[in-house]
Write a protein that binds this ligand. Sequence first.
Ligand code: 13P
Ligand code: SF4
Length: 305
Amino acid sequence: MNQKSLQQQIKQLAAERGALLIAHNYERDEIQEIADITGDSLALSIEAENTDKQVIVFCGVHFMAESAAILAPEKTVLLPRADAGCPMADMVTPESLRALKQQHPDATVVTYVNTSAAVKAESDICCTSSNAISVARSIEAKKLLLVPDRNLGHYIASQVPEKECILWEGFCPTHDQLKVAEIKQAKAEHPDAPFMVHPECPPAILELADHICSTSGMYEYATKSPAQKFIVGTENGILWRLRKENPNKEFIMPSRSLVCPDMKLTRLEDVLKCLQTMEPQVTVPENIRIKAKQALDKMLAIPRD
Ligand code: 13P
Ligand code: SF4
């Protein structure tokens, strides 16, 4: 079956099932094309909670679908590829976090949404790349445990010097491999292009940035900036909407390695199959869900950076 007819079948079946199709900004172009909503982790969690639709097809990775299931337990949350995970989320377990908490009983645990529900349940508050600084500033405690991304943690620590920050040693394998030499070369080739970058990149890369933001922050920056060219420091799925919304602007990827294999797992065939079978569903045990929701709700009560 060709791509267009697959897309049509999906849209038709989604309408019959009363399903909302949502896709993260890193998904394949053909998936983003048919999504009702595309967005960053925070925006998609909010949409999942607020929609009237009873079925959510979450084209993204497991922790994102879990966040939807935590916020909207009465809805059916489908993750077209059950094996779409996040290696960074796997770098922290509830047991290992409990052990660190015991060493720092006076610290507030700030956990990036890129974590399992069980880890969120061990946390005081969540954050995403679009609200991390506001979340950190909102906390009364002087000491923060920032989990699990050391790069986002380092960025937060640099913005809230009044806090003592303890960083978990996790990282995103896609963003962490970006090299200073690659950015310097892209800047030398395109001296008039601002460099916008995701805070999951290493500190030495962020030092070269003109703008540090979440994936959705990049759309806003690219549209509002008078610049005609941009160097993009995040996963290459972002290009589809950047180019669609800014047809006369140019977007340069400084590295070929900015690809998240998990985000690329979901294909149109998987989306169609999951709507046909209503599987795989993502659910969270109620005792974990209630605690994880408290951490997410605290985050959602805080305005974006
Ligand atoms: P955003 O929160 O910016 O969407 O990023 C999610 C993610 O997985 C980045 O690697
Ligand atoms: Fe996880 Fe990195 Fe992929 Fe985002 S890009 S889902 S942090 S591995």
